[in-house]
Design a protein around this ligand. Structure first.
Ligand SMILES: Cc1ncc(COP(=O)(O)O)c(C=O)c1O
Length: 393
């Protein structure tokens, strides 16, 4: 089976079968969850295979001599795409690792407070909770409405919790449970006015929205290239403002620990670095699929699909279209606090309908999140709406 190269594919919606052939996804499964784990195009997977084969020929020569400059060359490519200087960018396993590194780097003590929001990603929220518990500090959670009406409502809800004890504000760029694009600049302006440093968890942002990390006004910005930018899994990136680099270290401390910020992240022990070396190829594939045209097409598809599902099921969509990217979260049932029940719905969609989509509890309600990617088409979501209608009846 020949697979079309990205440049053969129209940047607008192409037929689902052609797009699927550029990936290695099972065509018998309806993939509506690009957001959680991404999907690696065949071209990128072949590039990764090439790196692994190359490393295997001479591991000693590779790691001792070729690896260090390759890591810095990779950081140059990240800087060219997301702004700033290569020396401010490092690779890490994923956004979770980057957030843990920043949290561990903070000199927190009793009386200090980490501020985050009720939309924070579950794993990151747990890391923050254990961090404050270990340091005798506290975690403050700004309650952002699950269905906000505009950017100001989000920024106001967070700003109301900034105080003299707040040592760091941790916000998402794009939230996981509600699929909202937070107004990062507005929020960092408010935090700056209060003298509070900001860590942005942009796990979903690379490849879903355009951004220039240094101009967002944050102190740290982490993102995953392995979701919407099509890199192999394990391709996280972290930007750190020069004034915070002296204290910022990875969660795993190794040979580079005492050699500065970039050296500390560039070596965190022996591992497979191939996902990082595929960053540029993945970004090129993303551009080959249309770049901004792809992102805009995904936004439109997600918005139209959300409308269709919402009207079919009487569900509410989180946020206005202006606050959404290539995903949309739908509140299916209020007053639903049964995570096992939600998991049972998800498993039924998978086993009875071959549809992969997250169904979960958030803020005491039952939610569904859709993703739109180049291999999806409008009728995918009609099929999902029919399956949900049958399931929830
Ligand atoms: C906001 C947010 N942060 C962090 C993560 C974790 O990403 P990873 O497992 O790649 O670290 C996710 C995953 O979806 C997320 O949505």
């Amino acid at each position: 089976m020949t697979s079309p190269s990205p440049s053969d594919l129209s940047p607008n919606r192409i037929d689902r079968e052609s797009a699927l052939r550029a990936f290695e996804l099972d065509p018998d499964v309806l993939h509506l969850n690009h957001g959680s784990y991404g999907a690696v195009p065949r071209e990128v997977r072949l590039e990764q295979d090439g790196w692994r084969a190359k490393i295997e020929k001479n591991p000693t020569g590779f790691f001792q001599d070729e690896y260090p400059p390759l890591m810095r060359a990779g950081a140059e490519k990240v800087a060219r795409r997301f702004g700033g200087k290569a020396t401010d960018w490092v690779f890490c396993e994923n956004a979770t690792a980057a957030v843990n590194g920043v949290l561990q780097s903070l000199d927190l003590g009793p009386g200090d407070e980490i501020l985050t929001t009720s939309h924070a990603y579950g794993a990151v929220a747990k890391a923050m909770a254990l961090t404050v518990e270990r340091r005798g500090a506290t975690l403050s959670v700004a309650d952002v409405p699950p269905l906000p009406t505009d950017d100001e409502e989000v920024a106001d809800a967070i700003a109301a919790h900034l105080g003299p004890r707040t040592r760091i504000l941790v916000i998402d760029h794009i939230t996981s449970a509600t699929a909202l694009v937070f107004p990062v600049r507005r929020i960092t302006e408010r935090a700056r006015a209060a003298g509070v440093p900001v860590l942005v968890d942009g796990a979903h942002a690379p490849g879903q929205v355009a951004f220039d990390a240094p101009s967002l006004g944050a102190d740290w910005y982490t993102g995953n290239a392995h979701k919407w930018l099509f890199a192999p899994r394990g391709c996280g990136v972290l930007w750190t403002h020069p004034k915070r680099q002296g204290i910022t270290r990875p969660p795993v401390l190794s040979h580079g620990t005492d050699r500065g910020y970039a050296a500390a992240f560039d070596w965190t022990g022996t591992r497979d670095p191939s996902p990082w070396f595929c960053f540029e190829t993945a970004a090129r594939v993303h551009d080959g699929f249309g770049g901004e045209t792809l992102r805009a097409g995904n936004r439109t598809l997600a918005a139209e699909a959300a409308e269709e599902i919402a009207s079919n099921l009487g569900a509410a969509i989180a946020g206005p279209v202006s606050m959404r990217g290539s995903m949309a979260a739908l509140l299916l049932k209020p007053n639903f606090d049964d995570p096992e029940g939600a998991a049972a719905y998800r498993r039924r969609l998978a086993s009875e309908h071959r549809i992969m989509v997250p169904v979960y509890v958030f803020a005491g309600a039952l939610w569904l999140r859709i993703s739109a990617q180049i291999y999806n088409a409008p009728d995918d979501y009609s099929r999902l709406a029919r399956a949900c209608r049958e399931m929830l009846a």
